[in-house]
Design a binder for this molecule. Structure first.
Ligand SMILES: [Fe+2]
Ligand SMILES: [Fe+2]
Length: 185
């Protein structure tokens, strides 16, 4: 039985005391994705559909704040390769998410599709934690970018996006990340 969430406390996946705000915010969300994909694996029927929808909404918001705010700030500093790879992985994930959101859970391949979205997402967020965020943190320490200010911008954009979702009445169990959930330095 895969247990993605076991990784949340290991190596660079754990939130380090000196992680700047942007990194803490995104790692906190990565932790939640691992936990939710574990829960999706254990659930079936309507419960699995509810968890998958929750994941798709949260992942869409997470990808948007990374693509709009973090990635463009990182590109000139850590180089295009890691960032471009991240964008391509997001695009693949989004295609699968659209597909999953249009299914009702009774389809023969539903479980497999959620499983593959989980495997691909975990691969992507593990790489962000281990490579991209470490390079970004190094640049932050060297004074080449301000990951605390970038974190504040992402947090504000995240709140706006969740408000839009809530206004559309699609919120379900989804809530914006609670500021208290993100450990402070
Ligand atoms: Fe990402
Ligand atoms: Fe991420």
């Amino acid at each position: 039985m895969t247990d993605y969430a076991a990784r949340n406390v290991q190596g660079h996946h754990a939130i380090a005391a000196d992680d700047p705000y942007a990194i803490r915010l995104l790692k906190e969300e990565h932790h939640r994705f691992r936990t939710l994909f574990d829960a999706a694996k254990q659930a079936d029927g309507a419960k699995r559909v509810a968890i998958a929808r929750e994941l798709c909404m949260r992942l869409a918001v997470h990808m948007t704040i990374e693509e709009e705010i973090l990635y463009p700030a990182l590109k000139p500093v850590i180089g295009a390769d890691e960032v471009d790879e991240g964008i391509v992985e997001h695009d693949m994930g989004k295609k699968m998410m659209v597909e999953i959101e249009n299914l009702d859970g009774t389809e023969p391949l539903y479980e497999a599709k959620v499983h593959v979205l989980g495997e691909d997402t975990i691969h992507h967020i593990d790489e962000e934690d281990e490579e991209m965020f470490e390079d970004a943190k190094e640049a932050h320490i060297a004074g080449k970018l301000d990951l605390d200010a970038i974190g504040e911008k992402m947090r504000a954009r995240q709140a706006d996006l969740y408000q839009e979702i809530e206004m559309d009445g699609e919120i379900g169990e989804t809530r914006e990340a609670d500021a208290e959930e993100i450990p402070s330095t």
